[in-house]
Design a protein around this ligand. Structure first.
Ligand SMILES: Cc1ncc(COP(=O)(O)O)c(C=O)c1O
Length: 377
């Protein structure tokens, strides 16, 4: 394994072979502690989403601090987390095929608590029938569409009817509650616009839960929310569980949102890509070894935080290279020098790497495998 020889060497973090994905242990721990404390203060349960880090070691740090369990985006992510010893897992995307349900049943036999999400009556019937013939019961929650139309049953009659079917017509399914995740609002830049839209949706969810209650259907779990909404989740108090993920690392997208108007910026970036200057033959720029294969680039470019002149910016020079640009004259970056960047978007960037280099001050103190990397099935 590259970089292993640098473990616990003083100054070792400055000599990583790059591009290298790096987590600052102190900053990570502070972010995890802070969100756990915020949830406990508001008597919410934290069920962090591991799609952000895909790393068993980090999931365990979250559970050690009091998280009730974890969320996984897909079954294969859940399978990787379960192999790593995580015991209470909610799969937040629907599992709809025979083979997927078969895998879920087998995972439920080795996981203390597995919860699936369902947003469709025929999938509910299929899952119930397969659980029955496997002589088991499966925990399920109903996924509700908050208005973004990704997954989930609409609120209103369709939602009430599916909840009724899950509760009454599916004896091999244990109905536990609902999921309500407003991903489309997480990155709304203006704080008060985001808050107003989010709280209006939360009110609609409250009304729906009251209707369910009047039908005799109670929800032990109401799960959702993320790094862009946790304050409003506390305020509306409709969720029992918070599914935030990005708060552990932060990224350029969330930094800009949280430092925008009204934002509170409670979490510091803990995830970085270290890159090395490989060519420096022109004024006002240098070339690095981290290009499109080293960062997920759905939105912004990496944010340079160390190793380059102030106000430098990053651009991509194709698959394998990046460029650092600056305005001041008489400045050059040495070939071989290290540049540290905050990633544009943490979740898909993690999925590009096999290992996470854990640094404490100037030392490399561990290298964690990213067990669920590529596990999107
Ligand atoms: C269903 C679900 N819950 C929670 C999250 C975590 O959100 P965030 O990373 O914004 O905290 C996500 C992220 O995409 C998600 O899809």
């Amino acid at each position: 394994m590259l970089n292993r020889h640098l473990l616990n060497v003083s100054g070792g973090s400055r000599h990583l072979q790059t591009p290298a994905l790096v987590v600052d242990l102190e900053k990570l721990r502070t972010n995890l502690d802070r969100m756990q404390a915020r949830c406990e203060h508001h008597t919410h349960v934290l069920r962090p989403h591991t799609k952000t880090h895909k790393c068993v070691a980090i999931a365990k740090l979250q559970v050690e601090r009091g998280a009730v369990g974890i969320c996984c985006a897909k079954l294969s992510e859940a399978e990787a987390m379960s192999r790593g010893g995580l015991e209470n897992i909610l799969v937040t995307s629907p599992v709809v095929t025979d083979e997927g349900i078969r895998r879920a049943i087998s995972l439920s036999r080795t996981t203390k608590e597995l919860i699936l999400t369902i947003d469709n009556k025929s999938v509910a019937r299929l899952t119930d029938a397969m659980a029955k013939s496997a002589q088991t019961e499966l925990n399920v929650i109903m996924d509700i569409d908050p208005g973004m139309h990704r997954t989930g049953i609409p609120l209103g009659d369709e939602g009430l009817s599916l909840a009724h079917a899950l509760k009454q017509d599916c004896p091999s399914l244990r109905f536990r509650g609902v999921q309500f995740y407003s991903g489309d609002l997480m990155h709304v830049l203006d704080y008060s616009v985001r808050r107003n839209r989010y709280l209006a949706r939360s009110e609609r969810l409250w009304a729906f839960l009251r209707e369910l209650h009047e039908m005799g259907i109670d929800t032990e779990i109401v799960t959702g929310g993320g790094t862009g909404s946790y304050e409003f989740d506390f305020e509306s108090d409709v969720m029992t569980e918070l599914q935030a993920g990005s708060y552990a690392f932060m990224d350029r997208q969330y930094l800009e949102i949280e430092s925008g108007s009204g934002g509170t910026l409670e979490f510091d970036p803990s995830l970085f890509v270290f890159t090395t200057v490989v060519s420096s033959n022109h004024s006002h720029m240098a070339t690095t070894d981290a290009g499109l294969k080293s960062f997920a680039t759905d939105d912004k470019t990496p944010l340079i935080v160390d190793g380059a002149p102030r106000e430098s910016h990053y651009s991509f020079m194709g698959d394998e290279h990046g460029a650092i640009h600056w305005a001041i004259d008489d400045c050059k970056l040495d070939v071989g020098s290290l540049v540290s960047t905050v990633v544009p978007h943490c979740d898909p960037t993690i999925n590009l790497y096999n290992e996470l280099h854990v640094i404490h001050r100037d030392k490399l103190v561990d290298i964690w495998p990213i067990e669920a990397r590529g596990h999107t099935q």
